[in-house]
Ligand binder design. Sequence first.
Ligand code: KIV
Length: 256
Amino acid sequence: MIKFTIQHIKDFKHSHKPFPTITAYDYTSAQIIDEAQIPLILVGDSASMMVYGYDTTIPVSMEEMLFLVRAVTRGATHSLIVADMPFLSYQPSIKEALNNAGRFIKEGRASAVKIEGGTHVRKHVSSLVENGIPVLGHVGLTPQSYHQLSGYKMQGKTVEGAQKIIDDATALQEAGSFGIVLECIPENLAKQITNTLSIPTIGIGSGHHCDGQIQVFHDVLGFSPLKPPKHAMQYDTMYSNVLNSIKKYKLDIENQ
Ligand code: KIV
């Protein structure tokens, strides 16, 4: 089985074959995803909600993320593991970005990090890349800016908004990102950015023209009692399946 590297992910740009990526937060799911030969796993800060039960991605800490990154890298030996930098682990300074990203690589054994934002984080990105830490960018709907964006809304719907996302994506490419997540932007804008950039785009809620797609593990498996987001690609109803099994177990014991 192939061991995916940054170069493999970059090469998808020219293969013209869309590639799948997914989040994971623990050892067992990482093993399953790895066996399915998914090229890239993101230990997303969506763990803030999916694992830790917070209401947004904002509260999750470096330490909380590091635990999950370690578990995922133990479970997946072929997929490329990208660790998501939590809110305020990189924004305050380039030094902090370097220290915290370095912890994900050194202690977490991840191969790359993801950070949200465009032109205002380009110096952080170039510094990480110069110091040997590959960076996946993330523009459009950036959930760590939940309050600034007044909620989870499609971004880039106006001419100015679209231009800002194009500028952000271009700045990230120039700073050395190996790929960029495009979250919740109009399909045509995602297509334009994908056709313009020389690095792969990975879409979520941004249509099918991106080079790759990313989904949240819990959305794909229906692992939440809540309604999934509109862009979720759901293949199972694990929440109710597991609930039924636990109820059966409960009854078996009670009736023994
Ligand atoms: O944290 C996350 O799961 C993400 C993806 C949705 C891109 O950032």
